[in-house]
Design a protein. Structure first.
Length: 140
């Protein structure tokens, strides 16, 4: 991975580090004003930074429900084309709910489209989808 690709992955990890502390600001700082966003929990595309602020605000409410949150980011791939870079990866969010032991809470496929704007990488499009859940094998 070249230095610019490593920079993009580092930006994403920095945003995720804040996200697992229920702080959406890491992502809000990365979004371009005209960002577009697809999420499996909403019925249509979210357009623009102000709409993203409203969409992500409720994350702070989960802080009391989920303890010891952490994540695992795998299978990162960067495809760069001039001043645009496509980052794809898988993400597993872990945490404890109530008195239960830690478990995987969500598994994601993530696509982030970054564009270099005034010398800084910004997310211009984000698309998150759930990974197909693992099915229990009969007899296990």
């Amino acid at each position: 991975m070249d230095g610019r690709s490593e920079e993009i992955v580092a930006l994403e990890r920095s945003a995720l580090d804040r996200w697992v502390r229920f702080d959406p600001q890491g992502y809000l700082d990365l979004y371009a004003p005209e960002v577009t966003y697809f999420d499996p929990n909403v019925t249509k595309r979210t357009d623009g930074l102000e709409a993203m602020k409203a969409l992500l605000a409720p994350i702070k409410e989960l802080e009391d429900a989920i303890k010891d949150a952490r994540y695992e980011m795998t299978d990162t791939k960067i495809q760069r084309h001039g001043d645009v870079a496509l980052l794809t990866f898988n993400l597993v969010n872990y945490g404890k709910v109530g008195d239960r032991p830690e478990r995987a809470l969500t598994r994601w496929n993530a696509t982030e489209v970054y564009k270099s704007i005034d010398g800084r990488w910004k997310i211009i499009h984000s698309h998150w989808s759930y990974v197909k859940p693992l099915l229990r094998q009969e007899g296990s």
